[in-house]
Design a protein around this ligand. Sequence first.
Ligand code: HEM
Length: 460
Amino acid sequence: MESVSSVPRAPGATALLGHLPSFLRAPLAFLRGLPAHGPLVEIRLGRKPIVVVCDPALTRSVLVQDRVFDKGGPLFERLREAGGQGLATCPSGEHRRQRRLIQPAFHQGRFPGYAGIMTERMDAILGSWHDGQTLDLSVEIRKIAADVVISAVFGTSLENGIHTRLATDFDTLLSGFTRHSLLPKPLRKVPTPGNVRYDRATKRVRRTMTGLVAEYRTHGAGDETNLLSMLISARDPESDSPALTDEELVDQAVTMYSAGTETTAGSVGWALYLAAVHPEVLGRLTAEVEEVLGGRTAGWDDLPRLTYTRQVLSEALRMYPPGWFLTRQVMADTRLGPYSLAEGTTMAYSPYLISHLPALYPDPERFDPDRWIQRGRQPQVPVTVFGGGARKCVGDEFSLIEGVLLLASLLSHWHVDLHPGSLTLPRLPQLTLNPGRMVATITTRGRRAPRADRPDQVAL
Ligand code: HEM
């Protein structure tokens, strides 16, 4: 008979806080160190034990058995406060029905249309920037990503005031998210300024989305050209009543906004940052962009020729996958590899950890877009960066198209001089692993001041 072992515990836990101090001090280094202790490793974040999967095959087993390893654990408990029971957060029992309703919005045939929306929005926003302007690229890239998702979900560009309010509230949610997920419930309820801000932002995001859904029901539905109109017209095959209530529509709108904005923005932000600190990569990237686009905004037809841009994006996704630490709940006593796991165990898988395994990606700390040169039908995406199994990211293709178009278009229109003091590596990663401030001065391509005039800046 095969022997069943219990999961080893990572060394270095303190009595009261477990591994929390090491996790908070340097979370990425902490994760990189875990595989040395086994394919499954138990850590303690405060009082909560969490079993982290450190092996690619076992990660896959967790992802494909989505009824045994269901969405749950501290991450999804917090996400449900804002996103309710939308596609990304609902339990597996509800998931198949929702996925069937939403999947057609991400069907291959829709991508040229979405790419058209992306090009139009990027053209408008990149064209509104000024020669010599200094801006925080993290903020601006996120605005574009939010605009694109909202346009695809609501079929219209979002009014400026609403956009600003949503962006500010999501900022508050995302920046307080990790801390809030780790705090025990009684401490989350203490009315500290941080907790009050977090609760208010959660409520306001839902209120804003409720207003948008109501307005859409009155003025916008009918043409089924975007996600929300498709969902509004969807009928339950048995009762022929609307498939989703207003509350459920709000859940989906919040889910798409939060799942589709920070993630894509992070991948483009990291790609720009990594190119800035690797001049050889930057040279090849800008040469491709100039040759393919000649100064214009990228569109659907350009995608097959933007191959190096795609490689840079894939490598940025590997180095800093936006979804970096995702939790699950074990629903029934089970086995995983040689280990037994009890019902109720909290699990986590980490696309970051898997993307940094030397067995999969030799010399994993090296930024090397040539890892992703297309060879045959090999996938061009790092494993698990978009999850897997039935809960795999529904927006994966959407975001890769958007990422390539945005990275190429930005560099096609603008020279970017990133101020070195603003190049930030992640401090405490939040819900997504995004770069911090990226302050840059932009100049129209072809009219950039000579490098010697700007000795204190890094040019993109
Ligand atoms: C670089 C960009 C993106 C990355 C890295 C990413 C990553 C992920 C990951 C890792 C998951 C699985 C989460 C888990 O296993 O718990 C996921 C799920 C999901 N993502 Fe994405 N995502 C990206 C972009 C998008 C976009 C653009 C959208 C929507 C427009 C989107 C919508 C969703 C949804 C709705 C789910 C839940 C799917 C389900 O459970 O059926 N994502 N994403």
